[in-house]
Design a binder for this molecule. Sequence first.
Ligand code: 0WD
Ligand code: CA
Length: 376
Amino acid sequence: YNQKRCRAAAEETNVPRSMSTRAQLYERVFPQYRQPVEIGVFSLDSERAFFNDSRQLRYYVEPGNKPNFNLRDGYRDRFIKRDDGVKERLDHLLRWILANRAKLRSTHTPPSSCTLGVDFVTWRGHLTKLLTTPYETQEGWLLAVSKFRGTLYISEVETEAARVNRENRTERHEEMMYWGYKFEQYICADEVNGVPDRGGVVNTNEAFCTVVQTRLADHKLLFSGEVDCRDKDPRAPPAPACYVELKTSAEICTPKQRSNFHRYKLLKWWAQSFLPGVPRIIAGFRDHDGVVVSVETFHTSKISQLIKTEYNCWKPTVCMNFCSDFLSFVKSVVKEDNPRLVYLFTWEPHREVTYTVHRDSQYTFLPDWFIKEMAS
Ligand code: 0WD
Ligand code: CA
């Protein structure tokens, strides 16, 4: 029924029904991407409670390039894991928007005072998925979109395949997911002149997020992303340029492993940090037993140079042009301003992007408290 209706509507108005993700179609000049500006921050505490401040911001403490970090330490007895079955959708970001509505209006002079003055609101992670789509061969995505007061809100919906994977993770995989957070603990201090507390508890409820505004071609974007830590030097440039992204990856022993690292991992790392303008990525390479064997710095702006030696490798311009065209596609499709109407954009590898329309369904994601408060 939905499919049929959406097709009929599309035929009436000449709105495209699908969009290709073939990389070659997006090989053109790099689109305009304005330098992202931080317009706010927020924190989620150890119980996942929202605070409109930087209380969870941590400071980067240089590990040296031959550290001795055991990432398995504490997995059994000093680990509190966020419940990833709880779907938070855009809620924390919406809370930030409500708390900063006045500021948003005055500093960004929107066309009328009852709108936010941006075209899209979403998580950085959702944009990362869009950027990497032309090169993704494993995992598809579902993105729900609603238009409310002229702004398009984009919120991910877990695919069936992702849910099955999440519910059937091996014990080994569960533990390896902890390693990245443990690496953060070895490298981050809570206080500007503090030292990392490797004996403390790792609690993945805690998060510090930056909220940035930027523009991709003619799309005004407001998005938020989690930030691992910042440069502790008070003379460091202002955010987001002082932020540091932390990563772990399996150590590279063969040319094949190096090639795969460049082709797949660096694409994701680049996309994630390029979007909010985070300039530095600190990577801990670990062995099979979760021991960090080396630490390396990647400068986000140099990653595209680094990968040029790979045959048939990914290109930043393809990622950005695809994202820009997808956002144009969304604008052309989502015309009705109604927070209870959801357009579900769906993509599977080797397929085109298509969409379905859902009214008052399980997919509705803008909460009543947000709609009510925005109206007052
Ligand atoms: O409900 C959802 N579908 C999602 C919610 C998906 C992704 C994120 N979130 C929320 C969470 O509230 C989280 O605090 O967004 C926040 C982070 O957003 P993001 O920065 O846009 O996400 P992303 O860039 O994918 O991930 C950044 C970091 C990850 O670090 P690594 O180095 O592994 O990329 O955020 C963490 C993780 O540490 N992270 C998450 N934390 C909580 N819930 C999630 C998640 N679903 N995904 C990644
Ligand atoms: Ca990280």
